[in-house]
Design a protein around this ligand. Sequence first.
Ligand code: ADP
Ligand code: MG
Length: 256
Amino acid sequence: MRLAICSSKGGVGKTTVAANLAVTLAASGRVLAVDVDPQDSLGRAFGVVAKGPDDSLGALLEDPPADARPVIRHDVAPGVDLLPSHQSLESVAVRLAASGGLTTSIRRALRPLWDAYDHVVLDTRGDLGALTLAAVCAADSVLTVFTSDPGSALGAARVAAFVEQQRAYENTSAVLRGVVCASWDPRGRAARDVAAALDASGLPVLRARVPMSRRVPASTLAKRPVVLTSPASPIAAAYAALTEELLGATDRGVAA
Ligand SMILES: Nc1ncnc2c1ncn2[C@@H]1O[C@H](COP(=O)(O)OP(=O)(O)O)[C@@H](O)[C@H]1O
Ligand SMILES: [Mg+2]
């Protein structure tokens, strides 16, 4: 599975989901985690920071024949390699967009690596702009997240429409594989209302819900995803269920 994690805004839990899924997916094969956010938060979730522009995804995008392997950080977690981002990705994307090469840039740069990995997890920044499209273009599946914020049901619908539109444009063959709650508060009425609105929307809402947990900010401080810092916790169990659900959907070939 090549999974891009997208949302129409930031701060909804994408990077947390991406980092934890990278670890849990590694139980079923080798994983490459790719940070497509110039704010480089996915790398930071594993304590990885690029030394400079040449040491990051942006360098590979600007120089497609470049061998990706020296830029990859190996075994940031068991079975997980990571391609870090750097703030220079912003200007790289502007230059590539001007020359018409941005949309396919991530797919072109990563294609030589496909055979080395069973799963690729691409974390994106919180918008549905051209850099996010480049990540979706390199993916076969898209996951989006919701929270107890009432606006997040609309956000999930926007991601669904975005994926469909880009499929119609033939920019990608990726499908929206799931909509998952990244921070579930069972006591909050707002969260239940958002979940009910999404259930009625026909979007592929996943049964697994990641609970809101104080362990998440603590794991950020520890620079390790929570499934590694608290492997026996309810939140780790939720991530395991989410992973199984995603892989089951993939095995059954569920499409949008
Ligand atoms: N399940 C959770 N429980 C508690 N806090 C969470 C949870 N998931 C994410 N967070 C917190 O929410 C904030 C935004 O998460 P992040 O993954 O960085 O979002 P995004 O990548 O969409 O901007 C972070 O401070 C993160 O620690
Ligand atoms: Mg993020």
